[in-house]
Design a protein around this ligand. Structure first.
Ligand SMILES: [Zn+2]
Length: 673
C-alpha cells in the first residue's frame, strides 16, 4: 500500500494520514529527490531555466506539499505521537535543505542559467534565480568544508531547539490549572468563560470550576475578573510559562533561549555577518540594523506622549498606580464608562459563523470571488470546514480549511499556513490551498462561538494572509503567494484587511445577535468606532517594546558567560514600557514568535508592514472603500505578485508614491507632528 502522505494527487488524505507515515514518507521522498538532483546535474553541462530551475521548483513544491500536513497536524492536534513524528522527521528536512543550498555544483549550475538567461526572461524567472543565488550565499556555499559542515549542524540544532521551545510552552500551559470551588470567586467573568471553566471541571470529574491557561481564558480573566488576586495569579502563570519562575522546571526554556541565540549568532558569523540581526535583514525590505532601530524609535517618539496621557487617564479612573494585571481590566471598565461599550455586549453580535459569512461577502465585493463550503472533504477535526474559492468567471482559484476554536493541545494564537502552493510548471498547474487557524472560544451547547470585536479583527487579519496565498498569479512555487516575500512586508495584506473590520457596512454583514438575530445597531457601532483609539498608543508602545527587544537582542548578542537576555529586556522596558513589570516576569520564555517562529530579528515587521497597510488603506478611503478599481490595483500589484517583485516597487505601482507614516498615526488617533 502506498503511503498516504506521498499521495499528492489531490488534498491531503487527513482520514488516512497518521504519525507512523511521517518518517517513511520523508525518507523516501528525500532519497528520490537526491537522485533526481544528481541526474539533473549530470544531464547537461549547460542547463537552462526549463531543464534545471523548473524541475527544482517542482521538487520544492512536492516536498513542501508532503511536509505541510505534518507540520500542520503537530500544531493543531498536538498529540504526543504527532509531535514525536514531527521531531523525528524535522532533522531529515533541515539536513536536506542545507545540503541543497550548500551544493556547489548546483550553485554553479544556477550561475550558468543566470548568465545564459534570454533577454526576454520574465521578471519572475529572474527573481527565482536571484533568490536562489542569495540563499546559496546565506547558507555558506563558498565556505571551506569544515565550516559548511558546522553550518549544517547549526541548522539541525536550531530546528530541534526551536521546536522544543514551542513544545515547552504548550506543555507548561496545558499542565496548569486552577481549581475554583465557588463561582463567586470568578465574579465579573463573562458567561462563555464560566461555561468553559465548568466544562473543564466536569471533564476531570471535579466539582466547581477549573481555569486553564489557554488564551481565551487568560484574556477573559485579565479583562473581566473583579478579583485582583485572581488576575495577578493568572498573569503570573502566563508570564512565567516555561521559565525558571514557572511551576515545573522541566519546561524551563532558559537553556533553549541561550542555545538558540548562540546558534543563530554563530551561523550569522560563519556566513559573514556581524550578528544575527544583519543576517535576518538580508531577506528583508529594511536595509540596515540602524534603519530598523531608528524606525522603531521614531514611532515611539511620536507615540509616547499620547500613551502617557492614556495611562494617566486610566490611573485617575482607577485611583491607584496600576500593575500589568490591572491594565486590561480598568481599560475595559473605562471603555464601558466613556463609550458605554463592552466586549461582552459586542460579542453577542458576532458569532464565528456570521463573521465568516460577512468576510466572504466582503471578499466578493472587493475581488469578485465566490467562496463555497464543501462538506465532502476529509479533515482532521469536527470543527474544521473546507471552502472552495472561484473567480468571477467561475474558474477555480483554490481552497482553504478553517479550524477556528481553541482546544487542549492546539498551538495558541492565530495563523495561516500553506497546504498546497500555487504552481504552473511545464503546463501542469496546481491551485493553492491553505489553512486558517484561530483559537476562538469553542461553541457551547446553546451558541456558536461568540467573538469579541478584537476576534473579528483577528479573523480579518488571517483572511488577508489567505487572500495573499490564494490570489497569487505566480507560476513558480518559491515566489508564489506568501513565499519569497520580504518578511517585513508579509503582514501588509493581513493588516490591510483589518481595516475593513472597522467599517459599518462590512460589520452589518458580519453580525447577527445571538438571541434576536438583529445586526449590529448603528449607535453601538458608532460607540465602537469612538473607542477605536482608546488605548491605541499604549498598545503601540507595547508592540514597540517587543520589537525593540527582539531586534536589540539579536543585534547585541555575544557568546559570553554573563550575557543576560533579561538585562536587554530591562533596558528596552526602561525606554518603551509605561508600567513596571514584576521581577518574575519572563517575557522571553513564552515569546515563540522570535524563538520558535520566523520572526527572529523580524518582530518589527508588524509595525513596518502596518505603516504600509494603513497607507494602502488610505487609497481605499480616498476612492471609497469598496472601489473595485482600487481593489483591482491592490490585487494586481500586491496580492498577485508574491515574492516576484521588489516590494517597494510593487507598493509604488499601487499607491503612486512611497509609503508615509502619517496614516498609521492617524489610525491610532496620534497627532502627527
Ligand atoms: Zn499575520
Amino acid at each position: 500500500m502506498t503511503n498516504p502522505l506521498l499521495d499528492t494527487s489531490s488534498l491531503p488524505r487527513f482520514a488516512d494520514i497518521s504519525p507512523e507515515h511521517v518518517l517513511p514518507a520523508l525518507s523516501e521522498l528525500i532519497a528520490a529527490h537526491r537522485q533526481k538532483l544528481d541526474a539533473l546535474l549530470d544531464a547537461s553541462s549547460h542547463p537552462d531555466f526549463d531543464t534545471l530551475v523548473a524541475p527544482l521548483e517542482e521538487m520544492e513544491h512536492e516536498l513542501s506539499r508532503v511536509w505541510s500536513p505534518v507540520s500542520h497536524l503537530q500544531g493543531v492536534l498536538g498529540s504526543r505521537e504527532w509531535r514525536d513524528a514531527y521531531n523525528a522527521a524535522l532533522p531529515l528536512l533541515t539536513e536536506y535543505g542545507t545540503e541543497l543550498s550548500q551544493n556547489v555544483r548546483l550553485q554553479q549550475a544556477y550561475v550558468g542559467v543566470d548568465k545564459g538567461l534570454p533577454e526576454n526572461a520574465s521578471k519572475a524567472q529572474k527573481t527565482v534565480i536571484e533568490h536562489a543565488l542569495r540563499d546559496f550565499r546565506l547558507a555558506g556555499v563558498d565556505l571551506p568544508e569544515s565550516d559548511k559542515a558546522r553550518f549544517k549542524d547549526i541548522m539541525q540544532q536550531l530546528a530541534s531547539t526551536q521546536a522544543a521551545f514551542e513544545h515547552n510552552i504548550q506543555d507548561a500551559s496545558d499542565a496548569w490549572t486552577l481549581h475554583i470551588d465557588d463561582e463567586s470567586e470568578l465574579a465579573g467573568l463573562p458567561v462563555h468563560a464560566l461555561t468553559r471553566a465548568k466544562t473543564e471541571a466536569q471533564k476531570c470529574d471535579r466539582p466547581g470550576l477549573l481555569l486553564t491557561l489557554d488564551y481565551p481564558t487568560y484574556h477573559a480573566v485579565m479583562t473581566h475578573a473583579e478579583s485582583r488576586d485572581l488576575r495577578e495569579t493568572l498573569y503570573q502563570a502566563w508570564s512565567t510559562r516555561a521559565s525558571d519562575q514557572g511551576d515545573n522546571g522541566s519546561w524551563d526554556n532558559s537553556d533553549n533561549i541561550e542555545s538558540i541565540l548562540a546558534l543563530r549568532y554563530e551561523a550569522a558569523r560563519l556566513v559573514g555577518f556581524d550578528n544575527y540581526a544583519e543576517f535576518s535583514l538580508a531577506t528583508k525590505m529594511a536595509v540596515s540594523t540602524d534603519e530598523v532601530i531608528n524606525f522603531l524609535r521614531d514611532l515611539a517618539s511620536h507615540t509616547r506622549a499620547s500613551a502617557r496621557k492614556e495611562l494617566a487617564e486610566l490611573e485617575a479612573f482607577a485611583a491607584f498606580t496600576l500593575s500589568p494585571w490591572d491594565i486590561a481590566f480598568y481599560f475595559e471598565k473605562l471603555k464601558q464608562k466613556k463609550y458605554s461599550i463592552s466586549n461582552e455586549e459586542l460579542r453577542q453580535y458576532f458569532s464565528a459563523q456570521t463573521a465568516v459569512e460577512g468576510l466572504f461577502e466582503l471578499a466578493g465585493r472587493l475581488y469578485g470571488v465566490t467562496i463555497n463550503v464543501q462538506d465532502d472533504i476529509a479533515t482532521w477535526h469536527d470543527d474544521v470546514c473546507y471552502y472552495t474559492v472561484y473567480d468571477e468567471s467561475g474558474a477555480l482559484i483554490g481552497g482553504f480549511y478553517t479550524d477556528l476554536y481553541a482546544r487542549s493541545g492546539k498551538r495558541s494564537g492565530a495563523w495561516v499556513d500553506e497546504c498546497v502552493g500555487r504552481k504552473n510548471l511545464g503546463g501542469e498547474a496546481t491551485s493553492p490551498v491553505g489553512y486558517l487557524v484561530c483559537n476562538f472560544p469553542p461553541p457551547d451547547d446553546r451558541h456558536d462561538s461568540l467573538l469579541t470585536h478584537d476576534d473579528v479583527v483577528t479573523l480579518f487579519h488571517e483572511f488577508g494572509h489567505m487572500l495573499h496565498h490564494l490570489l497569487t498569479r505566480i507560476d513558480y512555487p518559491s515566489i508564489a503567494g506568501i513565499n519569497g516575500v520580504a518578511w517585513d512586508a508579509v503582514e501588509l495584506p493581513s493588516q490591510f484587511m483589518e481595516n475593513f473590520a472597522w467599517n459599518y457596512d462590512v460589520l452589518l454583514g458580519c453580525s447577527s445577535h445571538a438571541t434576536t438575530g438583529e445586526p449590529l445597531p448603528r449607535p453601538l457601532f458608532d460607540r465602537l468606532l469612538d473607542s477605536r483609539h482608546a488605548g491605541a498608543a499604549m498598545a503601540m508602545m507595547r508592540q514597540l517594546e517587543f520589537a525593540l527587544f527582539d531586534f536589540r537582542l539579536h543585534a547585541e548578542y555575544e557568546p559570553r558567560q554573563n550575557f543576560d537576555v533579561l538585562e536587554i529586556l530591562d533596558k528596552v522596558r526602561a525606554e518603551m514600557s509605561l508600567v513596571v513589570h514584576p521581577a518574575y516576569n519572563r517575557l522571553p520564555h513564552g515569546f515563540s514568535h522570535i524563538f520558535a517562529g520566523g520572526y527572529a530579528a523580524g518582530y518589527y515587521s508588524y509595525k513596518w508592514a502596518e505603516v504600509l497597510a494603513a497607507d494602502a488603506f488610505g487609497a481605499f478611503e480616498e476612492a471609497g472603500i469598496f472601489d473595485r478599481e482600487t481593489a483591482k490595483r491592490f490585487r494586481n500589484e500586491i496580492l498577485e505578485v508574491g515574492g516576484s517583485r521588489d516590494i517597494m516597487q510593487a507598493y509604488v505601482a499601487f499607491r503612486g508614491r512611497k509609503p508615509k507614516i502619517d496614516a498609521l498615526l492617524r489610525q491610532n488617533g496620534i497627532a502627527c507632528t
